[in-house]
Design a protein around this ligand. Structure first.
Ligand code: SAH
Length: 389
């Protein structure tokens, strides 16, 4: 693998917002309305081949090709599991392998609770034929710099961050693998990487995805998941007025335990993180998602459940418990099923809404990020073939 830049050097045409297209095209003597046309071809219809942009002049189509408008990557393989989960493995520049995962929503699936909250959405009421809801999980980096000890990407380290074009590309490509009666209802930034580590690229991707001339995905249907990078949480809150859903990987109720499993906690300890969460400008009726990966003997005791309940009291949250999937790089493993149930009950009794994130697409490689990591280095980074979770 060649040594890649940490971020994309130049703005890929797919990462341009409509006003940026307008100035780029104006500089070439094109009319302003062309900007919207080009933007819609890419972001509404998922078309990158300028030959297909039939309402543009031949000259303009050639210019677009010449300046590098093309697919930011290519599909290497698509795996479908028996539960309908589809993993799309993408080959990107500089040897980066990333994946996005389409997950049909069932009760208990990834962020099924988002679905419940979004019910009664105006958009849905206008639909003639109700569509089956699918959650799409996307990646923001190839590898990850956060170093969480239970995570395959964290143990691999960061190879490179993805540009906004590459982040959005995952959504545009994944749509090709939807069935006719399905629709992407929720988009979660929970694949490989830390979305707030390359904040600018993530923010640009969010602007592109929510732009009305793209498909104008509602920000409340998008959830960004973070290890708890405090400055990034604050910027996300300010730049998007709290409308983007926020998920925080907490995984421990005290600094001592959290330091052991999440090195970033030393930089942004729990008290600082809690302050940033309290100040996140959450719209009425929305909640922050607290992710809690349960690791046997590390963070799964009922005392820890009680401490977690106390810690979260000042916040409006829902808790997602994720039994740890075993990884090759670590001896840690998930708790027995009874412990997961007991931990959940403890939180429920204290008034929290709490879901156990069921494992989906198991037969095609479990958690988000693991398929891509295996493709990059099958020996060191893959998941264990048997897990206790
Ligand atoms: N960096 C972001 C998003 C990527 S990870 C974050 O940390 O939130 C998405 C979720 O999967 C996180 O909650 C992460 O802690 C969890 N995760 C990572 N490896 C896991 C494993 N082996 N088993 C269970 N959950 C895992």
């Amino acid at each position: 693998m060649s040594t890649p830049p940490v971020t994309q050097p130049a703005l890929h045409p797919v990462a341009r917002l409509p006003d940026e297209w307008a100035s780029a095209l104006a500089a070439q003597g094109e009319k302003a309305f062309r900007a919207k046309q080009v933007f819609r071809w890419i972001h509404e219809r998922g078309v990158f081949d300028t030959e297909q942009m039939t309402d543009l002049s031949k000259v303009l189509r050639q210019k677009l090709t010449d300046e590098g408008l093309s697919e930011p990557g290519s599909v290497e393989l698509v795996h479908e599991s028996s539960d309908g989960t589809r993993k799309v493995l993408l080959d990107m520049a500089h040897g980066a392998k990333i994946e996005c995962v389409l997950i049909p929503m069932t009760p208990g699936s990834l962020d099924a609770d988002v679905e419940a909250e979004a019910d009664g959405d105006e958009q849905d009421e206008l639909e003639d034929v109700p569509r089956k809801r699918v959650t799409l999980c996307i990646s923001t980096q190839f590898g990850c710099a956060m170093g969480c000890v239970f995570c395959a990407s964290g143990q691999a380290g960061l190879f490179r961050g993805l540009g906004a074009a590459e982040v959005v590309y995952q959504v545009l490509v994944a749509r090709r693998y939807l069935r006719r009666d399905e629709d992407i209802k929720n988009l979660v930034f929970m694949g490989m990487g830390e979305p707030l580590h390359h904040y600018d690229e993530t923010a640009r991707a969010l602007r592109l995805l929510t732009h009305p001339d793209a498909r104008g995905m509602s920000p409340r249907r998008i959830t960004v998941s973070t290890v708890g990078l405090v400055p990034g949480i604050r910027r996300l809150g300010e730049d998007f007025a709290g409308k983007i859903g926020l998920a925080v990987s907490l995984h421990a109720p005290d600094d001592e335990t959290r330091n052991r499993i999440m090195p970033m906690n030393k930089k942004y300890p729990i008290a600082q993180l809690m302050r940033a969460l309290t100040e996140y400008p959450l719209p009425p009726r929305r909640r922050i998602t607290i992710e809690y990966t349960l690791i046997a003997g590390v963070n799964d005791s009922l005392e820890q459940a009680d401490r977690l309940a106390d810690l979260l009291r000042p916040l409006r949250v829902k808790v997602n418990l994720i039994p740890m999937n075993g990884i090759v790089a670590s001896e840690l493993h998930g708790p027995r099923a009874e412990q997961v149930v007991a931990f959940r009950e403890r939180l429920l009794h204290q008034g929290y809404s709490c879901f156990v994130r069921t494992r989906r697409g198991d037969d095609v490689s479990a958690a988000c990020g693991q398929l891509a990591m295996q493709a990059a280095n099958p020996v060191r980074l893959g998941r264990k073939s048997t897990t206790t979770a």
